[in-house]
Ligand binder design. Structure first.
Ligand SMILES: *Cc1c(COP(=O)(O)O)cnc(C)c1O
Length: 360
C-alpha cells in the first residue's frame, strides 16, 4: 500500500487513523453484524453515532445551547439558496464577494431577493480581502454574507467584517475546524465537509435558534427549510448516514489531537514552512496579499505556464498529488488541511527546492 501526499482542495486528505478505524469496522460495526452503511438511521446504534457526532462538534467549537447543529445534504452550494429562502424576511441581504464561491452565493441570492454586493476583490482577481471595517451595510439587510476562507484564491478573513449589528452568515467549508472560532459572532456558520472534515455528501449548518422560523419565502420546499431538519434532529429523512459517521470519527480525532487550539498551532506551523519558502524562492511566488493568506489553501506560480505544468507533472511522479491550481486561475495550489501531516509539507518544500535548482 502506498499513500500519496494528497494536496487536493476537496474532496481531500483525511486522517489515516480514521480511515483505518472505519476499515476495521466496515463489515461488523461494534457487534451489530453490519456496516454503518447498511444500518437503519432509526436504529439505536445509529442514534448513538449521530448524537455523539453532534456532542463532539459542540465540544470542539464550544457551540452555545441556543445554536442548532444540522447535518444536511446538497453540498455547500445548496446553502447558497437555502440561506436566502430561510433568512430573507425583508428580501434584502448584503454580500462580500471575495471569490468564486461568494460570487455564486451572491448570484443565487439574487434569484430570491435583493442581494447587494457591498464589497469585492474581483478587481485584482480576488487576491486580497477588502477592508470591511465600515461598509455600506443596508438598513434593512437580513444578513451579511461572507466566504471566510477562499478555497480557490487562498485568502482568509483575519478579522470578521463589521456588520453593524446585522446577522453574519459565513461559508467556512475550507477552514472548518482549522482553528478556534467564536460561534456567538455568527448567525449561521456552514460548510461542506469534504474539505476538512469528512466525505462529500454532508454539509454542516450551525444556526442560531431565533433564525429558524416558519416564515420562509413562498415556495420553499420542505427539505429546504431549516425548521424541518431542526425539528427532527437532522433525521427528517434518511441523512447521509455513513458520511456523518466518518465526520464523527474526525471530531474524535481532533479532540485527541488537542482540539482547535492545537490544530491552529499545527496549521500555522505547516503554512509557515510553505510561505517562508515561497517568500525566499527565486522561482516560485505566492499569489495573494501576505496579510490575507489562508492557512489551508496556498496558491503559487512560477510565472511561466509551461514550467507550472512541468512542476505539476514531476511533483505527481514524486508522490505529491493534486497540486494543479483551480481551472479558473491556473498555476499551483497546495491545500494543507488538518489531516495533511507536517512531513507532507516539508517534503513538498524539499521537492520544490530541488525543482528550483534544476529549472532556474
Ligand atoms: C468547495 C466549496 C464550496 C462548494 O461545495 P459543494 O459541496 O461542492 O457544493 C462552497 N464554498 C466553499 C468555500 C468551498 O470551498
Amino acid at each position: 500500500m502506498a499513500r500519496v501526499y494528497n494536496f487536493s482542495a476537496g474532496p481531500a486528505v483525511l486522517p489515516e487513523e480514521v480511515l483505518r478505524e472505519a476499515a476495521d469496522e466496515m463489515l461488523d460495526y461494534r457487534g451489530t453484524g453490519m456496516s454503518v452503511m447498511e444500518m437503519s438511521h432509526r436504529s439505536k446504534a445509529y442514534d448513538t453515532i449521530i448524537k455523539e457526532a453532534e456532542a463532539d462538534l459542540r465540544d470542539l467549537m464550544k457551540i452555545p445551547d441556543n445554536y442548532k447543529v444540522l447535518f444536511l445534504q446538497g453540498g455547500a452550494s445548496q446553502q447558497f439558496a437555502m440561506i436566502p429562502m430561510n433568512l430573507m424576511k425583508n428580501g434584502v441581504a448584503d454580500y462580500i464577494v471575495t471569490g468564486q464561491w461568494a460570487k455564486k452565493a451572491y448570484q443565487e441570492a439574487s434569484i430570491y431577493g435583493k442581494a447587494n454586493k457591498i464589497a469585492s476583490s474581483e478587481d485584482e482577481t480576488f487576491s486580497y480581502i477588502p477592508d470591511c471595517s465600515d461598509l455600506p451595510i443596508s438598513e434593512d439587510a437580513d444578513y451579511v454574507y461572507i466566504c471566510e476562507n477562499n478555497t480557490i484564491y487562498g485568502t482568509k478573513f483575519k478579522t470578521l467584517p463589521n456588520t453593524k449589528g446585522k446577522t453574519l452568515v459565513a461559508d467556512v467549508s475550507s477552514c472548518f475546524l482549522s482553528e478556534p472560532v467564536d460561534v456567538t459572532r455568527y448567525g449561521v456558520i456552514y460548510g461542506g465537509v469534504q474539505k476538512n472534515i469528512g466525505p462529500a455528501g454532508v454539509v454542516i449548518v450551525i444556526i442560531r435558534e431565533d433564525l429558524i422560523t416558519e416564515e420562509v419565502l413562498p415556495g420553499t420546499p420542505t427539505m429546504l427549510r431549516y425548521k424541518t431538519h431542526s425539528d427532527n434532529a437532522s433525521l427528517y429523512n434518511t441523512p447521509p448516514a455513513y458520511g456523518i459517521y466518518i465526520c464523527g470519527k474526525v471530531f474524535k480525532w481532533l479532540k485527541e489531537k488537542g482540539g482547535l487550539e492545537a490544530m491552529k498551532e499545527y496549521n500555522e506551523k505547516k503554512a509557515q514552512i510553505l510561505y517562508d519558502y515561497l517568500d525566499e524562492s527565486k522561482l516560485f511566488r505566492g499569489t495573494v496579499r501576505r496579510e490575507d493568506r489562508s492557512l489551508m489553501n496556498v496558491p503559487f506560480v512560477t510565472g511561466n505556464e509551461e514550467l507550472d505544468a512541468k512542476f505539476v507533472k514531476e511533483a505527481k511522479e514524486a508522490g505529491f498529488e493534486n497540486l494543479k491550481g483551480h481551472r479558473s486561475v491556473g498555476g499551483m495550489r497546495a491545500s494543507i488541511y488538518n489531516a495533511m501531516p507536517v512531513e507532507g509539507v516539508e517534503k513538498l518544500v524539499e521537492f520544490m527546492r530541488k525543482f528550483e535548482a534544476e529549472n532556474i
